[in-house]
Design a protein around this ligand. Structure first.
Ligand code: 4FV
Length: 252
């Protein structure tokens, strides 16, 4: 995947991919990321990239002419999908991450101050993305978060894709509890079923744990999951769901 990142603080983003899985993905050229210092596109003698907001009010806005110069340079090479990070955007979730991972070339615009001139959004931006309902100092962290999440879906980045199949938000379920050695830690034991080697019982226990945790913490996801299972109408799934719900009831 080719990613062009426009930022006033590219080092912040580079730092987040200088270790471990992301560093390996870049070294193996699975991820080909080009960083563009937005200030380099300012023709102002002081390399100014922002100005006061029309209509008054505090705060500064990133200038259209500077961003246009940067984007027009990059966009010439093919039809990239252009993302701008802002609290107004669609909330990033695993399903959209999976879809973005299938795109060859993405341009990511990291705003700062109050944001960027709306005319750049109207002219260039295909998608506004938010990573959460809170206000950050800049788009750099949302950019790093998005690249990290996407990279996990690129072939060759994760050891096996198996871990992608069984993780949070797969089928709208939160992940079941994980345990590792020692089997008894300060008297706290690993659930017996996980030591049983009976994979059918282990799978049932994990499903019931995921379902119960999702019901407690994310009813929005729980109802989506139940609806999907009902709509799929798969007998084995329906049986598994009803058994798990009964067990949850019994545990209440
Ligand atoms: C943000 C978010 C976010 C708003 C003004 C950058 C800041 C500043 N981006 N998800 N939450 N952006 O807070 O994506 O320019």
């Amino acid at each position: 995947m080719k990613i062009d990142v426009l930022s006033l603080f590219p080092e912040m983003i580079k730092a987040s991919m200088s270790e471990s899985i992301l560093k390996r993905a870049i070294d193996q050229n699975i991820l080909n990321i080009t960083f563009h210092q937005i200030r380099d596109y300012s023709e102002d003698k002081h390399k100014k990239v922002d100005d006061t907001t029309y209509g008054g009010g505090s705060g500064l806005v990133m200038r259209a002419d500077v961003l246009d110069k940067a984007l027009s340079t990059i966009v010439n090479y093919g039809e990239p999908h252009i993302i701008y990070f802002s609290p107004r955007g669609n909330k990033l979730a695993q399903k959209r991450v999976e879809e973005l991972a299938k795109i060859d070339h993405i341009v990511m615009i990291c705003g700062h101050y109050e944001g960027i001139d709306q005319r750049i959004i109207d002219r260039y931006v295909d998608e506004e993305l938010s990573i959460g309902d809170y206000v950050l100092t800049g788009g750099e962290l949302p950019c790093a978060v998005t690249i990290d999440a996407i990279s996990r879906y690129l072939d060759g980045v994760l050891g096996t894709s198996a871990s992608l199949e069984e993780e949070s938000f797969t089928d709208n379920l939160l992940e079941y509890p994980h345990y590792t050695k020692p089997s008894d830690y300060k008297g706290d034991k690993v659930p017996d079923v996980l030591l049983s080697g009976n994979h059918q019982n282990i799978e049932k226990w994990r499903y019931k744990e995921s379902l119960s945790l999702t019901y407690q913490r994310r009813k929005d996801l729980f109802y989506k999951h139940v609806l999907d299972v009902l709509q799929r109408g798969d007998k084995k799934e329906l049986k598994g769901l009803s058994e798990a719900v009964i067990e949850m009831e019994l545990e209440e």
